[in-house]
Design a binder for this molecule. Sequence first.
Ligand SMILES: Cc1ncc(COP(=O)(O)O)c(/C=N/[C@@H](CCC(=O)O)COc2ccccc2)c1O
Length: 365
Amino acid sequence: KDWISFSHMSADRSIFPFESWLSCEHKALKLSRLELNDDSSRFPQGLYSVRQTIARFLSVARGVNCFPEQIVLGGSTQFLFYILRHLFGENTRYAMENPGYRRMYESLRMERVRLDTIPLDRKGISIDVLKRINPNVVYVTPSHQFPTGVVMPISRRIQLLNWAAETKDRYIIEDDYDSEFKYETDTIPSLQGLDSYGRVIYFGTFSKSLLPGLRLSYMILPQPLLKIYRKRCGFIMSTCNAMGQLTLQQFIDSGEYRKHIRHMKQVYINRQKKLIYALTRRFGSAMTMHGANAGLHFNAEFDTTRSVQEIAMRAKAARLELYNLQPYCLDGTDLFSRPAFILGFANLPIEKIEEGVERLYRSIF
Ligand SMILES: Cc1ncc(COP(=O)(O)O)c(/C=N/[C@@H](CCC(=O)O)COc2ccccc2)c1O
């Protein structure tokens, strides 16, 4: 029998519009010969026309307000973060959500900076603990907290911005990953769009909404940091290829991107509903779900006597790709009282949902 995947790290390539992507690539090749043979040293932040397109798109889609000059394109969120880190002083203190995005945690630890983790409550990062720890820079994922799925309400966003505005050396890194997929609440404006003090560094990526292999991510620097960036990092050449940038620009300007997002949302909402229905019917009150009103995954905790390790082993034997939440509990803290798993549906075709739930049930009970 073939594998069934609950992975949150892959997406369903079958719904990617390769044809229209290809025609955008042809157009880019024809129209943008000039930019293509421009050495990218002149555009360390990425091609200007591409940044204009992204700034326009974000102002409509996310209420982000920025000039193209503030955007820095890069080959990955992590790489852009390494650059950002060098804009802050040596003894800057960082904090991030726990459970949280382990790659960001490891990136910070590798930089040997002062790093604290901050627990979540049902509105996202805990403001009380944030005030107690009092870092300079805090990393949050407000759109669909990674990995718990909490959507940060507007009230908490305002509290966070007020905290950052209290003194001069405070910044918020808003990783707006997964922001394209909102189901119940309509899109809540980004922190960056609500920020009137220039304290939010906005991170975005096309890994989820397009292809992770495209390796096209971006950060938006508030003016004061942009000056420091130009002084300290202006020599670093662009790390994402012009072909990908220019094809993306065609794809967005032609309206294909908006069409694709709408199509993905319909497919994913439908899958998620069917998956939740099948899970509820099979597991009943033995399962508690969290974070299902946005994104391409949610979490579930199970009332079972089996350990996470035993469940993982049985899932593998049943050819079920399943990830648990332990790796995202940073600082070695164990934040889940019962076995908890990430249930991604980006790569779970409708016709495999029943069988997938059955294999999950047999792994857990
Ligand atoms: C919180 C968060 N922020 C940013 C990113 C994107 O990083 P970038 O690709 O470098 O721009 C990810 C990637 N998360 C990765 C999975 C989690 C992990 O990394 O283990 C990739 O996730 C997906 C990619 C495509 C389709 C579905 C999921 C992030 O989980």
